[in-house]
Design a protein around this ligand. Structure first.
Ligand SMILES: [Zn+2]
Length: 394
């Protein structure tokens, strides 16, 4: 299996400065390579290839030994490949008859990652293994940077990337051959309903709530964004407000990830089979109508709802759940969410009137009253088990 792991870096002040310069030089390389391609394309109708630019890199480095020449050749090639990919996508869209935007220059703050495509080439994971208590990653031109390694790394480290988020630096490892760790069978199956008040509600009636601190950070983020909107362009205050918003975004992301990991661990430990709704999260956040049984909401409410949905981080959660399930040898089944929230789990009567409020379900045919999310989770479980039976029979 392939897994990626992300750790906080604890660079010294000098290393942090070097990381910033490293990132900036890679950004400039990206922009220079883009300029080269643009000019060739617009003036001569020629498309420059990755191979050409990679060959030029030797000269760029030789001419600028204390600038571009400081960094890893391979990380620079990875940056050129990233540009090549952007052009590949651009030409594919042109070919498909669309009129896509030309790949864009990356402004400061729009370029936050440097990748080393191979461990040992301009970078080294666990570069000081003899150190008794700390883990380091060596990056060419930066040095041995201390890593806050909050979990063990399994498998073989393949690529190493450094990412800036606000004022923090992270290292992202992509590992190959990560061994699976199957868990003992529990004999239990569950349907899960993904919601806003509770990230997960199980068919057994359990709720894994979204933590309050996540909502609190989201409120602070909304306030910081309003504050930012009032600042004058180009002012110092605006720059500070931008940094504040970025830091809060990073906090929300971290808290959401942490919560998603915990919720997924709890589910994978308890159930052999987990059934969830197949979600189109992008669609749901774009338009709140028709996805939740709450017609006639105003625009403001919809914006709040969108935020809540983003907060709940369903897509992130399902991704984490799917790799944990795979590693643990659990079965994860996705079902179409059709009518799961308006069908009675006891008698099967399907009507929109069954759903009294966001939380309350009462069947208009048989009078069955239950938490709406639990009712949905039971329907989801049934649909999943039916799919499973059908697949076995086929
Ligand atoms: Zn009923």
């Amino acid at each position: 299996m392939r897994r990626s792991l992300k750790f906080l870096l604890r660079p010294t002040a000098k290393q942090a400065a070097a990381l910033a310069v490293c990132l900036e030089d890679h950004r400039q390389l990206y922009n220079a390579a883009l300029e080269h391609r643009r000019t060739a394309y617009h003036k001569a109708g020629v498309s420059v290839r990755y191979g050409d630019q990679s060959a030029d890199l030797k000269h760029v480095r030789a001419d600028d030994p204390r600038g571009q020449g400081r960094w890893s050749f391979s990380s620079q090639q990875a940056t050129l490949r990233r540009l090549d990919k952007a052009f590949g996508a651009f030409f594919a869209r042109v070919k498909a008859g669309r009129t896509p935007g030309f790949p864009r220059f990356k402004g400061r703050g729009r370029f936050d990652t440097v990748t080393w495509p191979k461990d040992g080439d301009g970078c080294r994971w666990d570069s000081q293994p003899e150190h008794p208590t700390a883990t380091f990653v060596r990056l060419q031109g930066v040095g041995h940077v201390r890593v806050h390694r909050h979990r063990t790394v399994k498998g073989r480290v393949k690529t190493i990337a450094v990412k800036r988020e606000g004022s923090r630096w992270f290292v992202v490892l992509s590992c190959d051959e990560v061994p699976a760790q199957p868990l003992p069978a529990t004999g239990a199956a569950a349907g899960i309903d993904l919601g806003i008040a509770s990230l997960v509600t199980t068919s057994g009636g359990g709720h894994l709530a979204n933590p309050r601190h996540l909502a609190a950070t989201a409120d602070r983020l909304a306030a910081a964004q309003r504050d930012l909107a009032r600042k004058k362009r180009g002012s110092t205050r605006r720059r500070k407000a931008v940094a504040r918003v970025a830091a809060l975004h990073a906090t929300v992301r971290r808290q959401r990830l942490d919560h998603a990991h915990k919720a997924a661990n709890a589910l994978v430990a308890a159930y052999d089979v987990i059934v969830h709704e197949a979600l189109k999260v992008a669609n749901m956040t774009r338009s709140a109508s028709g996805t939740l049984d709450a017609p006639g909401r105003g625009v403001a409410a919809k914006a709040g709802l969108n935020r809540s949905i983003l907060d709940a981080g369903w897509g992130v959660f399902l991704t984490i759940l799917s790799y944990k399930a795979e590693s643990a040898g659990r079965e994860l089944i996705a079902v179409e969410p059709r009518n799961t929230s308006r069908t009675c789990a006891r008698c099967g009567h399907c009507a929109k009137e069954n759903r009294l409020t966001q939380a309350a379900f009462r069947c208009t045919a048989c009078g069955h009253a239950v938490h709406a999310d639990v009712n949905a989770a039971i329907n989801i479980l049934r649909a999943g088990l039916a799919l499973r039976e059908a697949a076995k029979a086929a």
